[in-house]
Design a protein around this ligand. Structure first.
Ligand code: PEP
Ligand code: MN
Length: 348
């Protein structure tokens, strides 16, 4: 249940409402969505006398939701601060780019400088890789985290990297700015609960065969623990279609934005599976209203230790970023690109 307070209401009235609800066995959390104050009440299955609640001073309306903390009660969408002034969910289109996996210090450094010079605001790279096969490269682990932190310090790019295990949350949070939950871990409940206990931004990817509601309930697990800094990431789902690695569900972008107040990113790389499709899918994602993109870029894609078929090289990424600026503008977003002369020096 979500209680939307009247716009001119006082903090005292809001606190009285919270007290009234809590006296009936519910937990409450109050937050602002744009200019509105919302009191989210959980668990959703405890019923209260809604007519009496509606009569309390300051209450504008009451809404129901299976995921009251992620639900978009009303008003503009929320935003999440990602570090170093980068904000997801604002007017700026956010692009996180970098290799699938952290491999070598020099490879990561070169990729980071290249994506930065093309306008990416965040560096991505996996140190813990939940691969489909146990015989595939599993990531450099803590050594990979150290490399990410080093390159972050050199380039100033905040880092997003995956955490696969609740026991690793603290270690990953020590090295990275944003913690990614991979598609294969979307319903790892102990991991989601642990991530609810920190305040670091979480990039939550949609499970391979998760419905939108299941996806939002996974976000609710993080938020119910106290961490509201969640970004949702559509990365393609499993369907009968085999011409792409996964089917990119672009309808999910406006649907998630309608149902939740959280920023929505799209990963065109994992859904495409092949590099030629990354650029058009990225454009389509931005046209559909995505708040940000997660893109795999490697300085020598054919030699990448994981997902080599879908990685863009720096030149292709640079071309995509320049193309993206027009789509971003058409969608009412701003993509700040560095000066072309500087870009050419580093990329070319
Ligand atoms: C990734 O982004 O590195 C990744 C493994 O993606 P996904 O979890 O979506 O497969
Ligand atoms: Mn990958």
């Amino acid at each position: 249940m979500l209680i939307v307070m009247q716009r001119q209401t006082t903090e005292a009235a809001r606190d009285d409402v919270r007290e009234w609800v809590e006296a009936r066995g519910l937990r409450t959390r109050s937050f602002s969505v744009g200019r509105e104050t919302v009191v989210a009440c959980s668990p959703p299955d405890i019923e209260v006398d809604r007519r009496a609640l509606q009569r309390l001073p300051g209450v504008a309306r009451i809404e129901s939701s299976p995921h009251p903390l992620v639900a978009r009660a009303s008003g503009p969408r929320g935003s999440v601060a990602l570090g170093d002034g980068v904000v997801a969910g604002g007017t700026e289109l956010i692009v996180a780019a970098g290799p699938c996996s952290v491999e070598t210090a020099s490879g990561l450094r070169d990729a980071a400088w290249a994506v930065r010079s093309s306008g990416a605001q965040l560096l991505r790279g996996g140190a813990f890789k939940p691969r489909t096969s146990p015989y595939s490269f599993q990531g450099l682990g803590v050594d990979g985290l150290r490399l990410l932190a080093e390159v972050r310090a050199e380039t100033g790019l905040p880092v997003v990297t995956e955490v696969t295990d609740p026991r690793l949350v603290e270690t990953v949070a020590e090295h990275a700015d944003i913690l990614q939950v991979g598609a294969r871990s979307m319903q790892n409940v102990p991991l989601l609960r642990e991530l609810g206990l920190i305040q670091r931004p979480i990039l939550l990817k949609r499970g391979l065969s998760a419905s939108v509601t299941e996806f939002l309930l996974a976000a609710e697990y993080v938020m119910v623990g106290g961490n509201s800094n969640v970004i949702l990431c559509e990365r393609g789902i499993r369907t009968f279609e085999t011409t792409t690695r996964f089917t990119l569900d672009l309808a999910a972008v406006p649907v998630l934005q309608r149902e939740a107040h959280l920023p929505v990113f799209v990963d065109p790389s994992h859904s495409a599976g092949t590099r030629d499709l990354v650029e058009p899918l990225a454009y389509a994602a931005v046209a559909a209203g995505a708040d940000g993109l997660l893109v795999e870029v490697h300085t020598a894609p054919e030699t990448a230790w994981s997902d080599s078929d879908q990685a863009l090289d720096p030149l292709a990424f640079d071309r995509m970023m320049r193309g993206l600026a027009g789509f971003a503008a058409a969608a009412g977003r701003h993509l700040p690109l560095p000066e072309p002369t500087l870009r050419r020096e580093v990329v070319g």
